[in-house]
Design a protein around this ligand. Structure first.
Ligand code: AMP
Length: 189
């Protein structure tokens, strides 16, 4: 069973890799950012509450995130595995995820960290042109990443669960390294 957590700064390329790998393995790609953007677009209660944080490059409060992740990981299609992209983003969220996985009798196979220097991230994010990718918001998102998310690298590394990938390579090279590093998925053709 493949259950992966993808870690990395915004712009590190984890979404692109997660999407391709999930499709190949026939498992859901669970991006909390995509779920939140969908909620904002359809103006659900979650979307209305999350929007101002996302626009500012801040993290959406845990109180909104935890229910969302619990529901998504408990859904039927997540029984065959999953790739979690953008969650956890704080040590608190990682602890919540530990408890949740325990409760639903699942365990994560690997935590993959995509490492990219800040200068390269800024260039990539500015080129991406998403609404929350303006200069000031990008700088804030990177600061939030370093303060709140980067500590997860040590958190998972101390448990021997971490796989490190050089995310500054080309999409093709990252993709090849990733597949060499991970065990083949039983359902992959
Ligand atoms: P992403 O597409 O993963 O870069 O997420 C876009 C935005 O959604 C982030 O800047 C946050 O505002 C919010 N977001 C996504 N995932 C989380 C999370 N795990 N915790 C808090 N906020 C999140």
């Amino acid at each position: 069973m493949t259950r992966l957590i993808f870690l990395g700064a915004p712009g590190a390329g984890k979404g692109t890799q997660a999407q391709a790998l999930a499709q190949e393995y026939g498992i859901p790609h669970i991006s909390t950012g995509d779920i939140l953007r969908g909620a904002v677009a359809s103006k659900t209660e979650l979307g209305l509450k999350a929007k101002s944080y996302m626009d500012a490059g801040e993290l959406v409060p845990d109180q909104l995130m935890l229910d969302l992740v619990r529901d998504r990981l408990s859904a039927e299609d997540a029984k065959v595995g999953w790739i979690l992209d953008g969650f956890p983003r704080t040590v608190g969220q990682a602890r919540f995820l530990d408890t949740l996985l325990n409760e639903i009798h699942q365990s994560c196979s690997h935590v993959v960290n995509f490492d990219v220097p800040d200068e390269a991230l800024v260039a990539r994010l500015l080129g991406r042109g998403r609404v929350d990718d303006t200069d000031a918001v990008i700088r804030n998102r990177l600061e939030v990443y370093h303060q709140q998310t980067a500590p997860l690298i040590d958190f998972y590394s101390n448990r021997g669960q971490l796989v490190l990938i050089d995310g500054s390579q080309s999409i093709e090279a990252i993709s090849a390294t990733l597949r060499q590093t991970l065990q083949p998925h039983p359902r992959a053709k």
